[in-house]
Design a protein around this ligand. Structure first.
Ligand code: ASP
Ligand code: MG
Length: 424
């Protein structure tokens, strides 16, 4: 937090700082919530105590003066009284979501007090006053903009405006959230709503890498990406960003810069609408994909067949990621399997269904790779020793997606690194 304080002051101009919870807090709250849902009060209380101790240790280091340390103690105690109140009550889904919101509510308050101690002209702006999602859990960008405008105008003379990432209100005005990792999304929604000069996401890695650093030893940060390329990467595996982060920024054409808190001098990645030349940008992998294959002679020369297939997925609110078809069969992949059984039951009306769970999508992203000669040859040369289950390309010019068995993932990523980026 001290470092973040330095960072936000290191450049001039007014800023809105969107904070996530402290590392580990949301995981702890999820676990406490799970215990409470299962009526395991004791286990929950044990974790509440551990978390509270963590926060008392944290504020001891954060504040320099006794006066502010006392304020911090009061804040932490107040939050934990509330968490225990939630735990003692009827613990339903609404309480669960309220519990999850406490991480961001406490981090922003502690940070605000830290800036107060440093006599920085700052203000806390509650995200629950302006962030909202509709009945389909989609953020309401226009409404957010309308609510933010007067709020920001009234804070014209404030240097640093602090708000919570992740949390929002849903269409019933209840406390809700933008799903795990959602603080990035909040930042991008706010930056887009106010048409900021730039949205910066500060994490602990120096930008998006050309390959998965957890699997491949030698990777490098990519300095520039287009919105389209970054969206594909954010969705397919590059864990650095919430997958929806790019959407509002692209809509309003606000550049997104990814920076590293641990190494602020590192260039990072800038995502904008001005793409750079150069062929391959990155490869990424997404695990736990389910492939569904529908084989039907009724598909032969029939029209309307795919529409009926897609309707099944629409009815079950299940997005399809990849598809590839032949004249008598269609393969598609889904990420969420909540409704898999009912989807399969309905699809059986159309033909023979085969389901393969736990597959991996390898995604190759690059500038115009969809229509350059020799690209597929390079990719498949790299994957010569990897059995390929499904391929999709041509949908976008920036992407080639390939489904493989997860046991071949490491081999595939390493070989693509060698063959497409020349890194041994
Ligand atoms: N604190 C939330 C989470 O852990 C949101 C975020 O970190 O972006 O998922
Ligand atoms: Mg996060």
């Amino acid at each position: 937090m001290k470092k973040i304080g330095d960072l936000v002051l290191s450049t001039p101009g007014q800023k809105i700082v969107v904070l996530s919870a402290l590392s580990g807090t949301t995981n702890a709250l999820v676990s406490i919530g799970n215990h409470l849902e299962q009526n395991k009060q004791e286990a929950a209380e044990k974790e509440i105590v551990a978390l509270e101790t963590h926060y008392h240790g944290f504020i001891k280091e954060l504040y320099a003066s006794d006066a502010f340390h006392a304020i911090g103690q009061e804040t932490v105690s107040r939050f934990f009284i509330f968490i225990r109140l939630l735990a003692a009550g009827q613990f339903d889904n609404k309480s669960y979501r309220e519990l999850l919101a406490q991480g961001e509510l406490i981090s922003t308050e502690l940070f605000y007090q830290h800036l107060q101690e440093r006599k920085i002209n700052s203000r806390l702006l509650p995200a629950l006053h302006f962030m909202s999602i509709d009945e389909n859990e989609e953020p309401e960008l226009e409404k957010i903009e309308q609510r933010l405008k007067p709020l920001i105008a009234s804070l014209k003379n404030v240097d640093i405006i602090i708000t919570q990432g992740y949390i929002c209100r849903n269409h019933q005005n209840e406390i809700d959230n933008l799903k795990r990792g959602g603080s990035d999304y909040t930042a991008s929604l706010i930056g887009s709503a106010i048409r900021a000069e730039e949205i910066q996401i500060w994490t602990d890695i120096d930008g998006m890498h050309n390959n998965d650093p957890r699997i491949v030893k030698k990777t490098f940060p990519i300095s520039e990406l287009t919105f389209d390329e970054a969206s594909e990467l954010a969705y397919f595996g590059a864990k650095i960003l919430h997958p929806s982060t790019i959407v509002p920024a692209q809509k309003r054409n606000v550049p997104v810069r990814l920076k590293n808190t641990m190494d602020e001098k590192a260039e990072g990645t800038i995502i904008s609408n001005t793409g750079t030349e150069g062929t391959f940008k990155a490869v990424a992998a997404k695990d736990n994909i389910t492939v569904i294959n529908i084989k039907s002679s009724r598909m032969l020369m029939a029209y309307g067949f795919l529409r009926r297939v897609f309707e099944v997925f629409e009815q079950h609110k299940t997005p399809i990621d990849m598809i590839s078809t032949s004249e008598v069969a269609v393969s598609l992949t889904i990420d969420g399997t909540d409704h898999l059984d009912s989807i399969v039951t309905e699809l059986k009306k159309f033909g023979t269904i085969a389901v393969e769970r736990n597959q991996t999508i390898i995604c190759v992203v690059g500038h115009n790779i969809g229509n350059q000669q020799g690209i597929l040859e390079k990719v498949f040369h790299a994957l010569a020793a990897v059995p390929v289950r499904m391929v999709s390309c041509g949908g976008s010019n920036n992407n080639i997606s390939i489904v493989i068995e997860p046991s071949f993932k490491e081999k595939a990523l390493i070989s693509l690194n060698e063959n497409l980026f020349g890194i041994k």
